[in-house]
Unconditional design. Structure first.
Lengths: 293, 210
């Protein structure tokens, strides 16, 4: 068997191994590749930047552990931005399989980095079922939809929620979304009630959100890990206190993740090119009978 | 030393990743465990975060203000009549209300929030500064040719055939972009798992041992 044929018939587990090695090496030895900022992320950043201190932002955790490696860095960056600007945050979750858990974990983790008081500077309303019905209700009465927060405390007793009775008192919604929930915030809440919306989507969901962004139905878009890394870059450049957090050696960031993405993409591109070259070599080589002629 | 939760997570992650080598009982155990835990989480989540605060506590603490929730509760229970043969027909009532409500909401949502704004954004000027006319023209050609590609009441021959061929090119570019993003998304998930295994499990473990 020729080398080209042998390579074309290579065991797929060899490819898994190469991708695994490509992931592991930059994870152990970070490269620090530069991050370029794209307009959708800049637009999202500037929107939050334009809100005065004391504004209210809803951060909706519309994802679960299955996409946490993409959405967690987005959530962390947006929360750090809001808290650094003294913007009040109302957290909630609309994704049933783990939305509540990531909301509790991420909000507690990031809030601990700032001198904040629960109930005054931020609240976590927890998970609510009902899909579009829940979103419609939010515009009428948040307190009836969320009578208790994620930890069972009556929402009416939380000082921050005295100022926020419905989405009408909310300045911006940031939906960190897997699947279709980010679209609901845009084509229901933004379209019908006019609340500005930013979406942090998984990479797979990102292409469809560009249509909403271009039609100005969304204020900004953080697409996958790349979007999160761009946000981290802008945040670190603008806020030294946040830059200090991102410099922590024990903190995994989207920027580090993009180093790994780059290496693995190079491995995949090399494999695609090699596969195509070998395919054409094997296709156009002379038949075995011709060689003996 | 890593916590018990981290150990469980790491070992189950390795069990799932072992499928890349070949199917095995450890992978099937981890897969079944994941499905079971996910279902349990779902039931607990719905009960504690929605049914309890929005129905049970609302009725028990202030019945006079919330008595109408009884109807919502009965409709929810009614869905389960499908498991009793003689009363299965009763389940159609709440299902009908449920479907009717969401169809009504979704039609308005799609038309008002998606179809009309997207149509409006396609009505673009073919004049303007710089490359704007070119990009706007490209957008218009793309939208119409793709729509024509999916229009099956006309045979795709002649001018319609040419336009639909252009449409398929736009569709292919769109698929290419979606595929590229899909690769990035999947690699992100792999990075997340490797990061957990290396930084949350292996490093503390090696630090504790050596």
């Amino acid at each position: 068997m020729r080398l080209a044929d042998r390579l074309l018939a290579v065991d797929r587990r060899i490819i898994y191994l190469l991708v695994g090695i490509g992931t592991l090496i930059p994870l152990l030895f970070p490269i620090g590749l530069p991050v370029t900022i794209t307009p959708p992320v800049r637009s999202a950043f500037e929107k939050i930047e334009s809100l005065p201190p004391g504004s209210v932002v809803v951060v909706s955790f519309d994802y679960g552990p299955s996409t946490a490696p993409e959405n967690d860095p987005q959530a962390d960056a947006v929360l750090r931005h809001c808290f650094a600007r003294k913007i009040r945050v109302v957290g909630m979750a609309l994704y049933s399989l783990g939305g509540l858990s990531v909301a509790v974990e991420e909000m507690n983790k990031v809030a601990a980095e700032f001198p904040l008081e629960y109930g005054v500077d931020y609240v976590n309303l927890g998970y609510k079922d009902g899909a579009q019905a829940a979103l419609r209700r939010m515009n009428e009465n948040l307190h009836e939809l969320f009578p208790r927060d994620a930890f069972g405390r009556p929402v009416s007793e939380l000082p921050l929620m005295q100022d926020v009775r419905s989405l009408r008192e909310v300045d911006l919604v940031v939906s960190l979304a897997t699947g279709i929930i980010g679209e609901w915030w845009i084509n229901l809440v933004n379209a019908q009630f006019g609340t500005p919306v930013i979406v942090g989507s998984t990479a797979i969901g990102t292409p469809k959100y560009y249509a909403y962004l271009k039609a100005r139905q969304a204020e900004g878009l953080l697409g996958g890990l790349k979007g999160a890394s761009e946000y981290e870059r802008m945040l670190s450049d603008r806020y030294p206190v946040v830059a200090e957090i991102y410099r922590s050696p024990t903190l995994y960031t989207a920027t580090q993740g993009m180093d790994i993405q780059t290496i693995v993409h190079l491995v995949i591109i090399a494999l695609v090119v090699l596969g195509n070259v070998l395919y054409f070599v094997s296709r156009f080589r002379p038949a075995s009978g011709d060689r003996h002629a | 030393m890593p916590s018990i939760g981290t150990w469980l997570g790491a070992l189950l992650s390795l069990a799932i990743l072992s499928f890349l080598y070949k199917d095995n009982p450890l992978f099937r155990f981890a897969e079944s465990l994941f499905a079971g835990v996910a279902l349990g989480y779902y039931i607990g989540n719905q009960t504690n975060q929605t049914i309890k605060p929005n129905l049970v506590l609302a009725l028990t603490r202030d019945f006079a203000a919330n008595w109408d929730l009884i109807f919502a509760g009965l409709l929810g229970i009614g869905l389960y009549f499908r498991y009793i043969k003689k009363l299965a027909w009763l389940a159609r009532v709440p299902l009908g209300i449920y479907v009717g409500y969401y169809v009504g909401v979704t039609i308005t949502q799609k038309l008002h929030g998606e179809v009309l704004p997207q149509m409006k954004d396609t009505i673009l000027p073919l004049s303007g500064p710089g490359l704007a006319p070119l990009w706007n023209g490209l957008m218009i050609v793309g939208v119409f040719s793709v729509l024509l590609y999916f229009f099956f009441s006309l045979e795709h021959r002649g001018a319609v055939g040419v336009a639909s061929r252009v449409g398929i090119l736009f569709v292919m570019v769109s698929f290419g972009a979606a595929f590229g993003y899909t690769v990035m998304g999947r690699i992100s998930l792999l990075i997340g798992r490797f990061n957990f295994l290396v930084n949350d499990w292996l490093r503390p473990l090696l630090g504790a041992v050596f």
